[in-house]
Ligand binder design. Structure first.
Ligand code: PEP
Ligand code: MG
Length: 914
């Protein structure tokens, strides 16, 4: 793997890329700036911008993403001029840093880090302390006056380089890292407990043992030449763009594989040179709640990866966040550095006008900022921070709306544990990422994915997580770690996904081999939890509980209401809901739905009190028999519609007449078939024969939708009657009713013309009987390509169009909705398709037909009301399409109404330039 590829990586050509390959930063200046994310990566662009701002940044240079993409396009070779540009940039860094790469007396050491245009925390690789060998280590020892530190850096470098560049790794999830194992053995042989208790001599021995392990595994020696180390490390960083975990992460987040990563080569600063040194990670606001104030942790006398990897549990930076019994916070123990850090945080936040995620190191009392980026945050924090930034006049209301990730809003709707239930808390960890998760305990990523494939819900329990656990973290309901702070890998990744996580739960002791963990309660009693046992974890409190704790709906924060009111002012699209019951309609109203865009009446047909009558209707074989059965259905449907009209008082309600093939309603169980036979007064055999005769080869393209009404007009007649009688009844109670009757699957104007006439006849009859009238409209779904291209004539008989983009996607692609799951994943994996067209509307094909439909429809009926009721109505990118295409409304499931409201506002702001 990496070893051979990294060797090839040392070679150049034959490609060339126009322009610079290496961009320098440091010493209060930079070649690049924050606007160059795509070329320099997020981390790179941040370093350049910080350097321009005068924030203290160790000098270095960024190799662009173009170098990475060229590397992949040219059989993993570097472009022409690559080496020369590195050498020139390196000598500039040497001058600024006042040290020389590979020098025996005063060696410059480098970090080589990945950094794509978007942050992918921990997904790619890094090599630190590069440039050390048996000679330079002595120089480092002399200059620092600390041989222990020099050899500790050296051993870390050998382990990291061997892992990242040479591919010397642990065998699997449950076994130890080979270098960690050697370290543990050394501590044992020296009779010490902590890494810090090993002296220079022991660390020197470890370096030799590490190298021997490399030679034993690979058959080649560990490379001593600093230049070779540098060029191969750069290759490995570029290669880490393609590691499985990075690929999964991109897929989950919808990031393009073509982007590539940049590579930052930067002079090292050390947080492990003694007790006046430290390293840490902080957010300028709380990424979990959004509360203002510095939020982060640090470790004294340590290197950066110690914080992120969660190996040692770090100490809070701010005094306020320190719990009883914790060592002193940075605010207390290093007051001046703390002030400098606070200043840098304020400067960076003001400059980037958003919450920042900052990595820093303190070397002998001097603060260095290593990285800043826009911090990942939970849904609630996203909302609070945007709202607060408006109050602080850093951004305006429109910017606050545009900053929301509409999809992430659903996190605010995640259930929380029911407070009224007693909790059996066995341990308490850090409340790293909010939410309530319940599942069976598993101890490895592989176990997690396998269990989830079997349909189980799991909690992944690990001592700490690393990027290799990513697939298991995706699969799990929640993550529980024994070590690691609020900025550990588990915490950061989980928060980014809105997944529940409890980290640093030191009260539990995990035994991977036995497949269990134990927790020691405050009273000293010990609870053992085995693989497969159910636990509940609360990411908002850090509680770990045995068994299932029930959940309840959350309360939306006030800042959210405020943000949504700004969004409602900005948007022009109406947002309706798809709802089939009064309960769903009421829920959607609470989320701000402005009517119903689709009631699927067939869902009502399955109710226990009516399915027999429906079956009787389908199987009767004569019009008289059907009418008799429909007479039983009528009052029940009328009751359903009354409930929905009441819940949607004053708002339009679109009710779709029967759509699915009749066969779907028929009984498949012998007992049910017997009931129908008895109700119809025919034999079981007769019923079976009739069921068989109704079976279709291709029901989705068969006898369904308006076609049912052409052959059995009485079905729609009865449904229209139920709708209009219900409307008049609710009106007579004082309600305001706006019924819209919708005909599905129309392909030809003649179908709609005929059905419309019948509905109008029924309506007039109802009005005469009831001696009351109600305003109503008749429209059609547009879900077939033929309907789009003949929309001008169809519109002559329709008051509104509602695009059924589920069926329209199916019929445009010729791709069965029900069978696509078998091969669509492969299309997406191989990137034959970029997006699942059943999730995000395919603008190129389906979208083009929709636009034709709108244009033609409005050509004959300019006031034609246009909506969408396919699943796309709740997908932010599709909502934007609908806004741009001139829709009047989108309709989506109740839980997506908030997302659609926000997405509609964002679309409106984007189309007018914010
Ligand atoms: C559609 O086809 O988009 C639609 C809303 O109808 P259904 O999903 O019920 O077929
Ligand atoms: Mg449909």
């Amino acid at each position: 793997m990496t070893s051979t590829a990294a060797q090839t990586a040392a070679q150049e050509g034959p490609s060339t890329i126009a322009g610079k390959l290496a961009y320098r930063f440091g010493d209060g200046a930079a070649d690049g700036d924050a606007s160059m994310r795509n070329l320099l990566g997020g981390k790179g662009a941040g370093l350049h911008e910080m350097s321009r701002l005068g924030v203290p940044v160790p000098p270095g240079f960024t190799l662009t993403t173009d170098v990475c993409t060229s590397f992949y396009a040219n059989e993993r070779r570097y472009p022409d001029g690559f080496e020369e540009q590195i050498r020139e940039s390196l000598s500039w860094v040497e001058q600024v840093a006042g040290a020389t790469f590979g020098d025996a007396k005063n060696p410059l050491l480098l970090s080589v880090r990945s950094g794509a245009r978007v942050s992918m925390p921990g997904m790619m690789d890094t090599v630190l302390n590069l440039g050390l060998n048996d000679t330079t280590v002595e120089g480092l020892a002399t200059r620092s006056g600390d041989p222990r530190f020099a050899y500790d850096s050296y051993r870390r470098f050998v382990a990291m380089y061997s892992d990242v560049v040479l591919g010397v790794k642990r065998a699997d999830d449950l076994s130890a890292d080979p270098f960690e194992a050697l370290l543990e053995a050394k501590k044992e042989s020296r009779g010490v407990e902590l890494d810090t208790e090993l002296d220079a001599g022991a660390l020197k021995e470890l370096v030799d043992e590490y190298k021997a392990e490399v030679t034993r595994r690979l058959g080649t020696d560990f490379p001593d030449d600093p230049w070779h180390q540098l060029v191969t490390a750069i290759g490995a960083v570029f290669e880490s763009w393609e590691t499985p975990r990075a690929v999964i992460y991109r897929k989950m987040n919808g990031y393009a594989h073509e982007w590539g990563t940049a590579c930052n080569v930067q002079s090292m600063v050390f947080g492990n040179l003694g007790d006046d040194c430290a390293t840490g990670v902080c957010f300028t606001r709380d990424p979990k709640t959004g509360a203002p104030g510095i939020f982060g942790e640090y470790l004294i006398n340590a290197q950066g990866e110690d914080v992120v990897a969660g190996v040692r549990t770090p100490i809070p930076i701010a005094k306020a966040a320190r719990a009883e019994g914790d060592p002193p916070s940075m605010e207390e123990s290093q007051g001046e550095t703390y002030q400098n850090l606070l200043d840098a945080c304020t400067r960076l936040e003001q400059h980037f006008t958003d919450m920042q995620d900052i990595e820093f190191t303190v070397q002998q009392g001097k603060l260095w900022i290593l990285q800043t980026r826009t911090g990942k945050r939970t849904g609630p924090a996203m909302v609070k921070i945007a709202s607060d930034l408006v109050d602080e006049k850093m951004i305006d209301q429109h910017e606050a709306i545009l900053r929301q990730d509409a999809e992430q809003i659903s996190e605010l709707l995640h259930p929380v544990f029911d407070d009224s239930t007693a909790r059996n808390v066995i341990a308490k960890g850090l409340a790293a990422s909010p939410g309530a998760a319940v599942g069976q305990v598993v101890f490895s990523a592989d176990e997690a994915t396998a269990a989830v494939e079997r349909g189980q819900k799991v909690i992944l329990v690990r001592v700490e997580t690393s990027p290799e656990d990513i697939a298991g973290m995706v699969a799990a309901q929640g993550i529980l770690t024994a070590r690691g702070g609020m900025t550990s890998h588990a915490a950061v990744v989980a928060r980014g996904w809105g997944k529940c996580c409890v980290s640093g739960c030191s009260a539990i002791v995990i035994d991977y081999q036995k497949g269990e963990f134990t927790a020691t309660a405050a009273d000293g009693s010990v609870v053992t939890v085995k693989r497969g046992d159910t636990v509940s974890i609360d990411g908002s409190t850090g509680d770990v509980m045995v068994g299932v704790v029930p959940t309840v709906e959350p309360v939306l924060p006030v800042e959210f209401e405020r943000l949504m009111s700004w969004a409602d002012e900005a948007r022009t699209l109406n947002v309706r809901t798809n709802a089939d019951t009064p309960e769903d309609a009421a829920k959607a109203r609470a989320f701000g739905a402005e009517g119903i865009g689709l009631t699927r009446t067939e869902h009502m047909f399955f109710g226990e009190d009516r399915i027999l009558a429906v079956r009787q209707m389908i199987l009767s074989g004569t019009e008289a028999g059907r009418r008799e059965a429909l007479a039983k259905v009528l009052p029940i449907q009328r009751g359903d519609f009354e409930g929905i009209f009441r819940a949607m008082d004053g708002y339009p309600v679109t009710i779709r007449l029967l759509d699915p093939p009749l066969h779907e309603f028929l009984p498949h169980e012998p007992a049910e078939q017997k009931d129908v036979a008895a109700a119809l007064g025919v034999s079981l055999e007769d019923v079976r024969r009739r069921i068989e005769s109704l079976a279709e080869f291709n029901p989705m393209l068969g006898h369904r939708g308006v076609r049912l009404a052409i052959t059995y007009p009485e079905i729609y007649e009865v449904q229209a009657r139920a709708i209009l009688e219900a409307a008049i009844n609710v009106m007579s109670e004082g309600g305001t009713v706006i019924p819209e009757i919708m005909v599905p699957l129309v392909a030809m104007s003649s179908e709609l013309e005929e059905v419309r006439e019948r509905i109008v006849t029924v309506a007039e009859a109802v009005f005469a009987e009831k001696k009351a009238r109600v305003d109503y409209t008749i429209g059609t779904m547009i879900e077939l390509p033929r309907a789009c291209v003949t929309a001008d004539v169809i519109a002559e008989h329709a008051d509104f169009f509602s695009f059924g983009t589920n069926d329209l996607t199916q019929t445009t692609f010729g791709l069965s909705r029900d069978d696509a799951g078998r091969f669509l994943p492969t299309y997406l994996e191989q990137r034959v398709l970029q997006k699942d067209p059943f999730v995000e509307l395919d603008r190129e094909g389906v979208g083009a037909l929709v636009k034709i439909g709108i244009e033609k429809g409005r050509s004959t009926r300019p006031d034609l009301k246009i909506g969408i009721c396919g699943e796309h109505g709740g997908n932010p990118a599709s909502v934007e399409f609908c806004h741009d295409a001139g829709f009047n409304y989108v309709s989506c499931s109740p839980y997506r109404v908030l997302i659609a409201r926000l997405a509609a506002a964002q679309a409106a702001l984007r189309s007018t330039g914010g």
